[in-house]
Design a binder for this molecule. Structure first.
Ligand code: NAD
Length: 485
């Protein structure tokens, strides 16, 4: 079984932007550049039968891969890290073409994605375990962490490289084999990563990428397959709920990285330059299409005018357009996303919000939306409750910490949050009181392969990265041993 279940050639050499090559055997689907609306390539549109064939391959490979020495698994992951860094520019160009994000965001993503391979190469040789004496004496307990089995990995389009390596890295480190379904918007990056793993020495069948427009057919086939013991999903809370329900039928081990609604808090004693710099990253990295994106800004009323003036000036400087032209902000992923962001802003304005600053729009045919700052957003406005997933900053003000925490924690989500304050004790106090899995203190970025990434409440279950990410692909077992005196 080949690592990619492609029926025909779909992309160029490893990591290179593909030319528009059509798969030789239908059905296929088109991958569209959201900046130009041109067809980038066609890839195989696979279905439930292909999903089961991929599971067959992963099952056949499991026995040998799970028994492969941790050091060997580590070496393959480390080589994959080196190959991603070698191909950083071509991978970044590929990500920009199918996802639309700026070249600098794409290059940053490739580095971030590669770091998951490096981190889990290091973790692979530390599977951990425990040894103890039972309290009654006479027996000993041997605790080990075994690979959970064949895993199904389902990923979104917004970080097409990093969301995949964040799952493949720990799965391979733990000794699992996997079937992978990337988003239909961005299959090419997944295929490029798979090719690099082959080049790094990964045996056939250990990872198989299935490209499809029938996500429920493919993922449903896996969740119905008793050989699949793990589902690791990154995407929206709505789809996560569906998959959790399905996984419940066979009590499949589930990790869920879901939606967010991150608050960005600026206290009256914050360093405003640092707060503006952090806000630009937290809001506009990936054009606002990040689960950790700052979604709602809570700025202390004493500094709100100064913050809005400086932040708005920086927003107006942002260039919007195709990545190839060097723009800082690319398009939204689809026409539907553009309609949703447009409507969300219109509804906020109808509810009383005001557009204070806006960048110049792109002069290009894609799904562009100009970075926009909204002020006077009324508490209770939908834009403060829903994931915007676009380059729009909704700003509201606060006066007391009690009032602030009530507003901030009034959300079904709990993924990321950001706090800017000149007094570290105050920032830490607020950081602990916010119901979120990750809090950036005086910084606008929380993603780090060595830290446990994940959310509380309806933002998810489980953690990726760190030691925790490895544990998501392991099961704890123990042997109770009669120990002669
Ligand atoms: P999505 O939920 O629509 O899709 C995610 C993946 O699930 C895609 O591969 C998609 O094809 C697949 N899918 C969709 N419907 C399915 C179904 N019925 N059955 C099986 N699979 C299905 O999300 P998206 O639009 O691709 O990504 C944006 C969302 O992802 C946002 O909500 C964002 O916050 C979230 N996200 C979360 C994290 C995190 O780490 N918590 C990271 C990135 C994105």
């Amino acid at each position: 079984m080949s690592i990619e279940q492609q029926r025909g050639p779909a992309t160029g050499p490893s990591g290179s932007p593909p030319s528009a090559v059509v798969g030789t055997t239908p059905p296929v689907f088109a991958v569209i550049d959201p900046a130009s609306l041109e067809v980038v390539a066609h890839v195989a549109d696979q279905g439930a039968d292909d999903a089961r064939a991929a599971a067959d391959a992963a099952c056949s490979a499991f026995r040998s891969w799970s028994r492969t020495a941790p050091r060997r698994r580590s070496e393959i992951l480390h080589r994959a890290y080196e190959l991603m860094i070698r191909d950083r520019d071509s991978l970044a160009a590929l990500i920009s073409r199918e996802n639309g994000k700026s070249l600098s965001d794409a290059a940053g993503e490739v580095t971030y994605a590669a770091e998951f391979f490096r981190w889990f190469a290091e973790e692979a040789v530390r599977p951990g375990g425990d040894f103890g004496e039972s309290p009654a004496g006479g027996t000993r307990t041997l605790v080990t962490h075994r690979p959970v089995g064949v895993a199904a990995l389902v990923t979104p389009w917004n970080f097409p490289a990093a969301m995949i390596t964040r799952k493949i890295g720990p799965a391979l480190a733990a000794g699992c084999t996997a079937v992978v379904k990337p988003a239909a918007e961005t299959p090419l990056t997944a295929l490029a990563v798979a090719r690099l793993l082959t080049e790094a020495g990964l045996p056939d069948g250990v990872i198989t990428v299935v490209t499809t427009t029938d996500s429920s057919g493919v993922v449903g086939a896996w969740l119905d397959d008793e050989r699949i013991r793990k589902i690791s999903f990154t995407g929206s809370t709505a789809v996560g709920r569906l998959l959790l329900r399905h996984a419940a039928d066979r009590v499949v081990n589930a990790s869920m990285e879901l939606g967010g609604n991150a608050p960005f808090i600026v206290a009256d004693d914050a360093d405003l330059d640092a707060a503006v710099a952090g806000a630009m990253i937290a809001k506009f990295r990936n054009g606002g299409q990040a689960c950790t994106a700052a979604n709602r800004f809570y700025v202390h009323s004493a500094v709100a005018a100064a913050f809005v003036e400086r932040f708005g000036a920086a927003v107006e400087q942002l260039t919007v357009g195709p990545a190839a032209g060097g723009a800082a902000i690319g398009p939204l992923i689809s026409e539907a996303a553009l309609r949703r962001v447009t409507r969300t802003v219109e509804e906020a304005v109808a509810a009383g919000a005001r557009i204070s600053h806006r960048a110049a729009d792109a002069d290009a045919p894609g799904h562009f939306y100009p970075p926009t700052v909204l002020v006077d957003v009324p508490a209770g406005a939908a834009i403060l409750q829903e994931e915007i997933f676009g380059p729009v900053a909704a700003i509201t003000t606060w006066d007391t910490e009690e009032e602030l925490l009530e507003l901030v924690n009034d959300s079904e989500y709990g993924l990321a949050a950001y706090v800017f304050s000149g007094e570290l004790g105050r920032a830490l106090r607020l950081g602990e009181a916010i119901e979120a899995g990750m809090v950036g203190i005086n910084r606008g970025l929380v993603s780090d392969p060595s830290a446990p990434f994940g959310g509380v409440k309806q933002s998810g279950l489980g953690r990726e990265g760190a030691r925790d990410g490895l544990r998501e692909f392991q099961e704890t077992r123990y042997l109770s041993v009669d120990w002669p005196a």
